[in-house]
Each structure stands twice: as structure tokens, then as C-alpha cells.
Design a protein around this ligand. Structure first.
Ligand code: COA
Length: 142
């Protein structure tokens, strides 16, 4: 099951922090969640427990994927695909114009998945991650 997390659902944010410690180590996720009106989270639940999530910014008519993760054990079971499909459908319903993201150039699986859902590479940030380039990708919706 996929749900949007609202500002009332602080328990989910604590669960995210606990389950994805590397990602949220340097970011104050609780502060972002409570005070950034543009940040949104959707989570994939199995037996009421989070196994994956997608965090994006929705700023007027554009969206940007900020974090996208599935727990190791649950990867390659199409949970990431379902999260992306859910977000893209939401974006279309809201008449969002485009969705952007950045991905490491060596992240073959993520790049494969983004291309599968219509994202195309539009720019490169050379050596953005030490020796690895960052690839900017975009999906036009309108
Ligand atoms: C990227 C991520 C969110 C995808 O979630 P997921 O649930 O594993 O993805 P899915 O199961 O929906 O889809 C995986 C697809 O990639 C394919 N795949 C698997 N390994 C691959 C590889 N090394 N190279 C290319 N494609 C690969 C699978 O065959 C599958 O394709 P299919 O849908 O055509 O069958 C997840 O792997 C993850 O959390 N990775 C670590 C964090 C990360 O890299 N996040 C993205 C940052 S931009």
C-alpha cells in the first residue's frame, strides 16, 4: 500500500529516520517535514511498516525528486516502480509541468528505472560526487 505522509504523521518520520539512517544522518528530516511547505513524502507500506519511500519537492508547477529508497531486502520487487508510478500519476493529476532529479552516473539501476518512466538525461555535473558525475534528468509532463 502507498500513502502520502501528512504533517500529522510524525511517527512515520521517526520510522523513516530509524530505517534509513545513512540518508537522514546529515539532514534534519523532522525540521524539513514540519517547516518546509514544499517537501512531500510518499511511503510504501507492507503490514503497516515502511519498506520504501519517495521524497520530493513540489514547487508550484514543478517537482523534484530529493530522496528515493527501498530497503535492501525489498529491492527488485517493483516497489520503487510503484512509488514512481504513484508520484507521476499525482503529478499529472495536479497538472505539474515537469519532474527533475539528480542521480550518480554509476547508479545503473536507478538510471534504468528513471528512463523506463520517461526521464531523459539533460545535463551532467562533472565529478559532482568526488570522482563520479551527477546526471540531471527530467520528465516533461505537459
Ligand atoms: C533505486 C531503487 C529505489 C529502486 O527500487 P526497486 O524497488 O529496487 O526497483 P524496482 O524493483 O521497481 O525496479 C528495478 C528495475 O531495475 C532493474 N535492475 C536491477 N538491477 C539493475 C542494474 N544493476 N542495472 C540496470 N537495471 C537493473 C530490474 O530488473 C528492474 O527492472 P524491470 O522493472 O524492468 O523488471 C532502489 O534500488 C534503491 O533504494 N536503491 C538505493 C538508493 C538509490 O540508489 N536511490 C536512487 C537515488 S537517485
Amino acid at each position: 500500500m502507498i500513502i502520502n505522509i501528512s504533517n500529522q504523521d510524525i511517527e512515520f518520520i521517526h520510522e523513516l529516520e530509524a530505517k534509513f539512517p545513512n540518508i537522514f544522518l546529515e539532514n534534519d528530516i523532522l525540521n524539513d517535514f514540519k517547516n518546509n511547505p514544499y517537501t512531500k513524502y510518499i511511503v510504501y507500506l507492507i503490514d503497516s511498516k515502511i519498506v520504501g519511500f519517495l521524497n520530493y519537492y513540489e514547487i508550484y508547477n514543478r517537482m523534484e525528486i530529493v530522496n528515493f529508497n527501498v530497503l535492501d531486502f525489498f529491492q527488485n520487487k517493483h516497489i520503487g516502480s510503484r512509488l514512481l508510478e504513484y508520484m507521476i500519476k499525482y503529478a499529472k493529476d495536479k497538472k505539474i509541468e515537469n519532474i527533475t532529479l539528480e542521480v550518480r552516473s554509476d547508479n545503473e539501476k536507478a538510471i534504468y528505472l528513471y528512463k523506463k518512466y520517461g526521464f531523459i538525461p539533460v545535463a551532467k555535473r562533472e565529478k559532482y560526487y568526488n570522482d563520479v558525475d551527477g546526471i540531471l534528468m527530467e520528465k516533461e509532463l505537459m
